[in-house]
Design a protein around this ligand. Structure first.
Ligand SMILES: [Zn+2]
Length: 288
């Protein structure tokens, strides 16, 4: 069945908004004749994005690299979703050790009309600082912080949401496909006034992203992981996703303890279970 992205909730809010603010100039958006489902009230397709890959190793640990762990965890999570959430389609941005441009990753999700975009990464607390040598010249020195541990999940910060307009606008064809005129009482998604709908969508995607992120952090905590919370960041990989999207840092590869954990079968199973439970909780809550 074609996905008609005409959300019950969105319609109510949009209709109310239009009625309240623009009733003299615009017709309120009328509820669709046929009810459709959207990213905001269903989870049918999930894009799993294993960070980095190919020539880009990501952060380096003492035994492995971020790209390796991220791929292993993404593939295991995908397998679990396919097995335990029947009916949910899983799409990987990469399923092998290849390099994929950052912008292409959310693009894959947009084209697949995915309902969730989940990017999996490992953190690193190691950095470098500029120090002055005896000869007066500056050089960079690696700063190791092996004791920093824990998980955190990022959502797109408000300041970068402008970029999302493009994705949402491109997806407008999806949003309003199939008799949108009929469904929306002449509403034209290409009309500037439809930006209000994009604003509503962005706000909702953000809210849902934060919710999914919180579920993930809750699950990590259940397995005694250090909780660094849900945070906002201007991340290129999230900025053009036209759906709820998170980037989760499953642990610090710069911590020997967490590197070993993330490399181990038991550790990966625990992380995959946490992410799976969070997705399942999210799915149940939006599909209620
Ligand atoms: Zn990364």
């Amino acid at each position: 069945m074609a996905k008609k992205i005409i959300f019950k909730k969105l319609n109510l809010i949009a209709a109310a908004f239009f009625t309240l603010t623009l009733s003299t100039a615009y017709q309120p958006i009328t509820p669709p004749k046929q009810e459709g489902k959207s990213s905001l009230n269903q989870v049918r397709t999930i894009v799993l994005d294993a960070g980095h890959g190919g020539k880009d190793p990501g952060a380096r640990g003492s035994k492995t690299t971020e790209k390796v762990i991220a791929l292993q965890v993404a593939l295991k999570l995908g397998e679990k979703i396919k097995k335990d959430l029947p009916g949910v389609k899983v799409i990987y941005t990469r399923s092998s050790d290849v390099f994929i441009d950052l912008y292409k990753r959310p693009d894959i999700a947009n084209k697949a009309k995915a309902d969730l975009f989940i990017s999996i990464h490992c953190n690193s607390a190691n950095g470098s600082k500029r120090v002055r040598g005896r000869n007066g010249k500056y050089y960079s020195q690696t700063v190791r912080r092996p004791t920093v541990r824990g998980t955190e999940t990022f959502v797109l910060g408000f300041n970068r949401m402008g970029k999302q307009d493009v994705a949402i606008r491109e997806n407008a064809a999806i949003l309003f496909e199939e008799n949108y005129e009929e469904n929306y009482g002449g509403f034209d998604p290409k009309d500037p006034s439809s930006m209000i709908v994009f604003q509503l969508l962005k706000t909702q995607y953000r809210r849902e992203s934060i919710r999914l992120g919180s579920y993930m952090q809750d699950e990590y905590v259940r397995t005694q992981r250090n909780n660094r919370g849900v945070q906002e960041l201007s991340l290129a990989v999230l900025k053009t996703a036209g759906m709820p999207a998170v980037l989760t840092e499953i642990g610090f590869i710069s911590s020997p303890q967490e590197e070993t954990y993330m490399m181990s079968n038991a550790g990966q199973t625990e992380i995959v279970t946490s992410l799976f439970n969070a997705i399942k909780t999210y799915k149940t809550s939006v599909e209620r």
